[in-house]
Design a protein around this ligand. Structure first.
Ligand SMILES: [Zn+2]
Length: 235
């Protein structure tokens, strides 16, 4: 257990055992996914799933640091899988080189307890919210646009979902493509911390509240919101 000695000094052995039994699905192996995967592999999460259909492109390297330039044109999910295998062989890791959709989500999500939203479009984020509610899996949402980002945790049928928070959001709207690594890695680290708290049952998670981050102003805010009884997804 030397690898986790510093985790155990802070969290305790029982918490480390819980971490080693946790099953987490990382949806997206891009900017958010890179930092989330590094954090979860470092913590020693027992079972990791990584889903992404994209291939590695040169424009990814300003933030997606688990992928190597020699793998341009190859699958991101497989590249992330290989990174985890080489960094922490203790972890049982699986990759899914597919687009998640309403036909395949049940089979994929049934193996996991927590889903982390590291996708990069509103459409895929709202699909993931729908999947989390349908399958009763905890969702840790993160999103970045420009210099700003946000984090929300959803406990299905207990706390507000992403659609409760953004009832009017247009799923087909595009997210700003400009992005820098410090902003995206900050949001991804906050998501990773939500996952850790959920697993070990310590601290407070961001349910019924959204944490917003403005990197230019170095400003964090927490805004509370309620579950919508008439929500089309969780109501
Ligand atoms: Zn809802």
């Amino acid at each position: 257990m030397n690898r986790y000695e510093r985790n155990i000094q802070l969290l305790g052995l029982e918490a480390q055992k819980k971490i080693s039994k946790a099953k987490v699905l990382v949806a997206g192996a891009g900017g958010l996914g890179s930092t989330v995967i590094v954090n979860l592999a470092s913590l020693g999460i027992g079972t990791l799933g990584i889903i992404d259909k994209d291939i590695i492109e040169p424009s990814n390297f300003n933030r997606q640091y688990i992928h190597l330039p020699e793998n341009i044109g190859k699958s991101k999910s497989k590249s992330a899988f290989e990174w985890v295998k080489s960094y922490n062989p203790d972890i049982s890791v699986k990759f899914f080189n597919i687009n998640l959709d309403k036909n395949n989500y049940k089979k994929i999500s049934e193996e996991f307890d927590i889903i982390i939203d590291c996708f990069d479009s509103y459409k895929s984020k709202f699909l993931l919210n729908y999947i989390a509610i349908q399958t009763n899996k905890v969702l840790v949402h993160g999103g970045v646009s420009g210099f700003c980002g946000q984090v929300v945790t959803v406990i299905p049928h207990k706390t507000a979902c992403l659609r409760c928070l953004l009832p009017e959001a247009d799923e087909n709207e595009n997210i700003n493509q400009g992005i820098v690594s410090p902003v995206v890695s900050t949001i991804a680290s906050l998501q990773s911390m939500e996952v850790l708290k959920l697993i070990i049952g310590q601290g407070d998670v961001l349910t019924n509240q959204i944490l917003t981050f403005n990197a230019l102003k170095t400003e964090f805010r927490k805004i509370t919101f309620e579950r919508n009884k008439n929500c089309p997804v969780c109501g």
